[in-house]
Design a protein around this ligand. Structure first.
Ligand SMILES: [Zn+2]
Length: 246
């Protein structure tokens, strides 16, 4: 168990590094096959600088060439992905297809979390493939198709209603698509729970930002970030939370 946990943690670090790279490349329309470079001085990085998390520590958080600060996003996303991979393994307990699905879902959600937080945007390039692959995977696991479709309808419908009522001011179409994806990942009950948790986190964050004067009333917050965080929480502990209530 201990060794497997470490392996999943390291796998998570590596995939976290991949997410960081994907965020940068999709934002800047770069090929996925090009060598990585420093975003500040554009110098192609040495292989020794590409080791997830450890390179950041060894380099003291600075680029080897231009000595400018490397964003905390890089080690943080890697570390969190590592921890989440280990937690998912703990939750599943064995190597099976359901574990593989959870890992896939969490990767998609971390990507959406980071991208929406940085750019207030949920990419179609990510959401459509994730929706189709997610549906197929959950059907293969043997989840009830009606539950998944109801989840999709609930998730998408909830945000579509807000989108229409507010004339696209409260939420964007990206949130509608993300709602559909969450429904496919979780089914209707857990989707409902996810929405509740997302609004709790969002509301709390808004209050903190208002008090700290980081934002003013009426400013936009990245809904996709709150939703993906809530979905990760529900993926890990949703059934526990539900059984606590019923
Ligand atoms: Zn540099």
């Amino acid at each position: 168990m201990g060794l497997e946990l470490i392996i999943f943690f390291i796998l998570g670090l590596i995939f976290g590094s991949f997410i960081n790279s994907l965020v940068y490349r999709l934002k800047n329309n770069l090929s996925l096959w090009e060598r990585s470079y420093c975003p500040k001085c554009k110098q192609v990085l040495k292989y020794a600088d590409l080791i997830p998390f450890l390179s950041f520590i060894f380099l003291g958080g600075k680029c080897r060439f231009c000595h400018k600060q490397i964003s905390w996003q890089y080690p943080l996303v890697e570390l969190i992905t590592g921890i989440l991979f280990a937690l998912i393994f703990l939750k599943n307990g064995t190597l099976n297809f359901a574990l593989f699905c959870d890992l896939f879902f969490v990767l998609v959600l971390i990507f959406i979390f980071v991208f929406d937080l940085k750019y207030y945007l949920i990419l179609d390039k990510i959401i459509w493939p994730a929706l189709i692959v997610g549906l197929i995977m959950n059907l293969l696991i043997g989840l009830n198709w009606l539950d998944l479709i109801l989840g999709l309808g609930l998730g998408a419908g909830f945000f579509l209603l807000q989108y229409l009522v507010s004339n696209a001011k409260w939420v964007g179409l990206g949130d509608v698509k993300l709602g559909a994806l969450i429904g496919i990942m979780l089914g209707w009950k857990l989707t409902l729970l996810t929405i509740v948790i997302a609004y709790l986190i969002g509301g709390l964050t808004a209050i903190i930002l208002l008090i700290g004067k980081q934002k003013k009333f009426g400013d936009v917050l990245p809904m996709g970030t709150f939703l993906s965080l809530a979905t990760i929480i529900v993926l890990l502990w949703g059934s526990v939370i539900l059984s606590f209530y019923f």
